[in-house]
Design a protein around this ligand. Structure first.
Ligand code: NAI
Ligand code: 13P
Length: 333
């Protein structure tokens, strides 16, 4: 298949390599000329995915039209804050027979919409789907076994994505629960910030397990209120991604949280992590969604206070622990 990839960061590069390795013809676009120069010179994303040699067949370019025209599939791997602007730019070149596959994770604060809907709103009539799950670029880049889920409103499209991406070490499941996949993949980043914060404060595994489990309860509450299936949220793009992002040394969100727990501001933490920390962009939107759907998300609320209101992280943990006494099964709360 002839494929265009938007975004040459760690995830765009890792997926370009995977798809080229699967025998596809891949062109990768970046807005950043220096990034494209580096990729063409070294065939390596030295800043964001060092050590992974990128397939000789991949074309790297800053030419957006070249990346879109004649491609059957467009993979969208730009960070969430740039999705709308990128969608606006590609809209004139997209035709209705092309499939756009979002692989980014986030919720737009202004509209409270996840990424597939942002792209659909900018390119009416476009066919847009999602691929998500526990999949750090650092591991996909070196062929470590990974599983993800392809979500589309119709199963044939999900199967097309499955067939395109799947290989012996990258297993792709299918689903029609686009909302569940996008929500699980976005809200887990906010919980990962909290998990990192507790690590940075010097707390232990018990605390991390508590945050992940109660974070999952929050994801379930919001997700089901928004029409997502429980099985999706308990699957690769909910529980699976929550596990990887809260525990991995590769996790941008956990690592940013760690620095915040150590006393840095979110801006300092983002600068130090260098790569995109999507949880910071999704935190306010998630809280606004919780309010809109009338669900309780105390961890998300405390993360917002620590990030944006200067609340000391230790105080946020105390406030979470000393909330009103509750029953554990509180999905309907
Ligand atoms: N890195 C990973 O392991 C994974 C990342 N993702 C998601 O993929 C998305 C991209 O993440 P990464 O590749 O990690 O990011 P990254 O931080 O490695 O790369 C960011 C990219 O954004 C590009 N960029 C900067 N300004 C831009 C603009 N105005 N318009 C368009 N592009 C611009 C840069 O050229 C750079 O290539 C995020 O939503 C992330 O959550 C999903 C799964 C795995
Ligand atoms: O979503 C991702 C991996 O599935 C990447 O985000 P993190 O690096 O924060 O875990």
């Amino acid at each position: 298949m002839i494929i265009g990839i938007l975004g040459a960061g760690s995830w765009g590069s890792a997926l370009a390599n995977l798809l080229a390795g699967n025998g596809h013809d891949v062109t990768v676009w970046s807005i950043d000329e220096k990034e494209i120069e580096m990729l063409n010179t070294y065939r390596e994303q030295r800043d964001r995915l060092p050590g992974v040699h990128l397939n000789e067949t991949i074309t790297f370019t800053t030419d957006l039209e070249q990346t879109i025209k004649g491609k059957k599939m467009i993979v969208c791997a730009v960070p969430s804050p740039f999705i709308r602007s990128t969608a606006k730019k590609i809209a004139p070149y997209i035709t209705n027979d092309q499939l756009i596959v979002n692989v980014s994770k986030g919720i737009e604060e202004a509209t409270l919409t996840p990424i597939v809907e942002i792209i659909e709103s900018e390119i009416p009539g476009a066919k847009v789907a999602v691929l998500s799950g526990p999949s750090h670029a650092e591991e996909v880049g070196i062929g470590i076994p990974t599983t993800v889920v392809a979500g589309a409103r119709d199963m044939d499209t999900a199967k097309l994505i499955q067939n395109t991406f799947m290989n012996d070490v990258f297993r792709v499941y299918t689903s029609t629960d686009v909302t569940g996949i996008e929500l699980g993949g976005s809200v887990k980043n906010v919980i990962a910030l909290a998990a990192g914060i507790t690590d940075g404060l010097g707390f232990g595994d018990n605390t991390k397990a508590a945050l992940m489990t109660r974070g999952m309860a929050e994801i379930l509450r919001l997700g089901t209120a928004m029409g997502a299936h429980v099985e999706t949220l308990a699957g690769l793009s909910g529980m699976g991604d929550l596990i990887v992002t809260c525990t991995s040394k590769h996790s941008r969100n956990r690592n940013a949280g760690y620095l915040i727990g150590q006393g840095k501001s979110y801006k300092e933490a983002m600068a130090e992590v260098k790569m995109v920390v999507e949880g910071v962009y999704s935190a306010k939107a998630t809280l606004k969604l919780a309010k809109k759907y009338g669900v309780d998300m105390p961890i998300v609320e405390e993360v917002n206070k620590v990030l944006f209101e200067g609340k000391p992280a230790r105080e946020a943990v105390v406030d979470l622990l000393t909330r009103d006494r509750k029953a554990e099964i509180s999905v309907e709360e």
